[in-house]
Each structure stands twice: as structure tokens, then as C-alpha cells.
Design a protein around this ligand. Structure first.
Ligand code: ADP
Ligand code: ZN
Length: 213
């Protein structure tokens, strides 16, 4: 199954992606995660992306489209994949369609703007493996330490409130139009993001288990 997760920053796409990845044994692909890795290892792509990312802006389409084209060509994507954070613009969605991947379902996780800033402020990410935690909704067993790999948990630079506001503006302007794009294709499913992750997960899995379109 080929799945796209849509939604504002901090809506919980990454967390749902992890659950679906385990349930369906297909890879979860996060462009944000790939860019952060490139940044850490100091590649040319990482250097190009840095200023955009830190300002809460989108990284240029040609860069992320290149990332996705390369990633989806790998063997582990043969049985499907979950895209978390791609596409984020109409140009990216059209590029994906042109690559010839027939997407089965697009799940849009909806959370009100006023809840987003509060949620993101509690988000923590493992410096080593990228696992996502939340101080309130999904805490690690030991404070500041990753359950999966023992790495250190920290707050992303672009998760500061000022940058989050910018990311929300960008989301409404550039990414939200994708809802209409996929609605027209008959692929859009909407999930109201709940306060408790397990409630959101239940709804997401119910959509995936429905008969194929
Ligand atoms: P979130 O979903 O919480 O915003 P991500 O990790 O998906 O976090 O993205 C972080 C940042 O990475 C974005 O603000 C943007 O700068 C960049 N980025 C990730 N995916 C894309 C994309 N598809 N197009 C452009 N920029 C992207
Ligand atoms: Zn970890």
C-alpha cells in the first residue's frame, strides 16, 4: 500500500507513520528526517537546505523531489511506503504523480492551529535514531533518553514557537491546497487528530483497513 500522510507541522504525522510502518511492514519515509540527516553529516544538500529549514520555510521543490525520487527507487519500497512530510506543494504532488506511483490513500491529520504550538513545544527527537517523543503525550521511560537506542533527546531548532508560527503560515499557503488536489483524485481521508495518540491511531488504522478504493 502506498500512503501519504498530510497535516500541519506537529499534527502527529511522524508518530502515525511509525505505527503504520510496523503494522504494514512498509518503510516510513520522512523528507524532514532525511534533510536533518544530511545537515548533520554536512553534505552539499544539507548545506543548501539549512537556511530554509531553520527559518521555517520549505526547502526548494527540486531538492526534495530529488530526495524522494532516489529514496522510492530503493528495493524496500517495492511493496509500498508511507510518505511523511512529502508532498508539501502542488509541484511536489505533480512530480510524484509523474514518477508513476499510484498512491492508494492520503490521510490528512487535522489539528487546530492553536493546539499546534502547544503540542510542538513538548516534542523531543532522538539525536541518534530520530525517534519522536512528547514530554506529555509520549514520554520516554527515562527523561531525555531514547527508549530505542539510548540516544539523547533534544528539541529541534525549528520547534521554537516563532519558527512554528512561520511553518504554520507556510502550511496553510502551500500545503493545505493538497487536500483539494487529492480530494479530486478520490484519495483523501480526513482524521481529526485527538489529544491522545492512541485515539488518532485507531482512526488511522480503521481507514487503512477499509476495503481498497
Ligand atoms: P514537520 O512535519 O513537523 O514540519 P518535518 O520534519 O516534516 O517536520 O519538516 C521539517 C522541515 O523540513 C520543514 O519545515 C521544511 O523546511 C523541510 N521539509 C521537509 N519536507 C519537505 C518538503 N516535502 N518540501 C519542502 N521542505 C520540506
Ligand atoms: Zn534513539
Amino acid at each position: 500500500m502506498k500512503i501519504i500522510l498530510l497535516g500541519a507541522p506537529g499534527a502527529g504525522k511522524g508518530t502515525q507513520a511509525e505505527v503504520i510502518c510496523e503494522r504494514l511492514s512498509i518503510p516510513a519515509i520522512s523528507t524532514g528526517e532525511i534533510i536533518r540527516e544530511a545537515l548533520k553529516s554536512g553534505t552539499e544538500m544539507g548545506r543548501k537546505a539549512k537556511s530554509y529549514m531553520e527559518a521555517g520555510q520549505l526547502v526548494p521543490d527540486e531538492i526534495v523531489i530529488g530526495i524522494i525520487r532516489e529514496r522510492l527507487a530503493k528495493d524496500d519500497c517495492a511493496n509500498g511506503f508511507i510518505l511523511d512530510g512529502f508532498p508539501r506543494t502542488i509541484v511536489q504532488a505533480e512530480a510524484l504523480d509523474k514518477m508513476g506511483f499510484a498512491i492508494d490513500k492520503v490521510i490528512d491529520i487535522e489539528v487546530a492551529d492553536e493546539d499546534i504550538v502547544a503540542r510542538i513545544s513538548g516534542r523531543r527527537v532522538c539525536d541518534s535514531c530520530g525517534a519522536i517523543y512528547h514530554v506529555r503525550y509520549k514520554s520516554s521511560a527515562v527523561d531525555g533518553v531514547c527508549d530505542k537506542c539510548g540516544g539523547t533527546l533534544s528539541q529541534r531548532k525549528d520547534d521554537q514557537p516563532e519558527t512554528v508560527k512561520e511553518r504554520l503560515i507556510v502550511y496553510h499557503e502551500q500545503t493545505e491546497p493538497l487536500k483539494e488536489y487529492y480530494r479530486r483524485q478520490g484519495r483523501l481521508f480526513i482524521v481529526e487528530g485527538e489529544e491522545h495518540i492512541a485515539d488518532t491511531t485507531r482512526k488511522t488504522l480503521a481507514i487503512l483497513e477499509e476495503a481498497q478504493l
